[in-house]
Design a protein around this ligand. Structure first.
Ligand code: BGC
Length: 373
């Protein structure tokens, strides 16, 4: 880690959770040291997003871009079509194009080490956006949601939908047994394990006591994981699960992402479940397609992560670094990327069902009522 900016930011590092002493920090110090209107004013910032196949990432990219532009920065925003070599070369081009900071939502958190070495050699600070970048020293800050809590919320909403928990999260005494199947996210996305661990921590007591049963017996992350979060892969797996489970009617499916939920519901529908006998299916991201499904009574729940807030947080971090200041963080323990614990700012998420979507999504201006029709 290049430490040449440490002196420049020393004055700003009295923040409670400053990690300056153990991690160092790059970027922005030079400009600050150069005095008023340092060279980072109007600097170009690279924003690398994984895909445009999912609405949330389009919204993330646009939020970060527009908020940076409002502060006077120039933005190079790229989407990588979920292709790792594309993302690597996009980041290389950003570095060659003179960006002063990088905001990266990785596809595979372990594949960026060598391109990030190039960023390091040019003192370009790197902020991991939503997904942790693993095995690299060159990731300075991370902003995301409390990902384990997202998994807890997914499992909690499954239990609520089944009637095992009531709306306040208290046990109802309902003993089942309920037959459920479990899905996990992409194994190369660090978040997927956090979601899974949070969910399994919540479900395990009910699996142990027999309130929940998994007809396929597939309760390991590796068995449940869906590479690249692809809806079609989830649909195929759900079709397979319907044939191996011994014909039991499923009452619940733990799904970690709305795109997967849509694939899962398609498989269930073509496997003979009518709309009113669909199992309780969870999700994540409050994407429009799933919100419509929730309102129509198909998908049961999703987890709302306000990406406007996530974008704001990333932009605040970039702006601080560009001004030679230390970004604020609120977690310095959870996100170990294999090389270092990355100082993080974690945001909160919320369970959304048909009962609270208006308050959570419409009244907050995230969607208009019309968009959800
Ligand atoms: C994000 C989720 C999203 C998933 C699939 C994860 O890294 O945190 O919000 O559902 O990727 O795009």
């Amino acid at each position: 880690m290049n430490r040449k900016y440490l002196a420049g930011i020393a004055a700003a590092s009295i923040l409670t959770l400053s990690l300056t002493a153990c991690g160092g920090s790059r970027g922005g110090g030079d400009a600050a040291a150069e005095g008023e209107g340092g060279s980072n004013e109007g600097a170009k910032i690279g924003v690398a997003m994984p895909t445009q196949q999912s609405e949330r990432w389009i919204a993330d990219g646009e939020n970060v871009k527009s908020q940076l532009e409002e502060l006077g920065y120039e933005v190079d925003l790229q989407f990588a079509n979920d292709d790792i070599p594309t993302q690597v070369s996009q980041i290389e081009n950003m570095i060659n194009g003179g960006v002063k900071a990088l905001v990266i939502a990785s596809i595979d958190g372990t594949t960026l080490t060598s391109v990030l070495d190039q960023a390091e050699s040019q003192d370009i600070p790197v902020i991991a956006y939503d997904r942790l970048i693993n095995e690299s020293e060159t990731v300075d800050y991370y902003t995301t949601f409390d990902n384990e809590e997202v998994g807890v919320q997914q499992a909690t909403s499954l239990l609520t939908g089944l009637g095992v928990l009531d709306a306040e999260g208290n046990e109802t005494g309902e003993e089942g047994p309920f037959d459920v199947e479990l899905f996990a996210g992409s194994p190369d996305d660090n978040n997927a394990t956090f979601f899974w661990n949070g969910a399994m921590k919540t479900l395990q007591p009910y699996l142990d006591s027999g309130v929940l049963r998994v007809p396929s017996g597939q309760t390991d992350f590796e068995q449940a994981a869906i590479l690249r979060w692809l809806p079609d892969t989830a649909q195929d797996r759900m079709e397979d699960l319907l044939t191996v489970g011994g014909g039991e009617r499923l009452e619940g499916v733990l799904s970690p992402y709305d795109g997967l939920s849509i694939g899962i519901i398609s498989a269930l529908t073509s496997g003979g479940y009518s709309a009113d006998e669909l199992p309780v299916v969870t999700g994540q991201d409050a994407e429009v397609g799933s919100m419509k499904s929730i309102i129509a009574g198909e998908q049961y729940s999703t987890i709302f992560k306000d990406v406007r807030e996530l974008g704001k947080q990333a932009v605040t971090m970039v702006d601080a670094l560009m001004k030679g200041e230390e970004p604020e963080v609120n977690d310095t323990e959870t996100y170990d990327n294999g090389v270092k614990v990355v100082p993080s700012y974690l945001l909160e998420s919320e369970i959304v069902t048909v009962d609270n979507y208006e308050a959570a999504l419409v009244e907050t201006g995230y969607y208009t009522e019309d968009e959800l029709k």
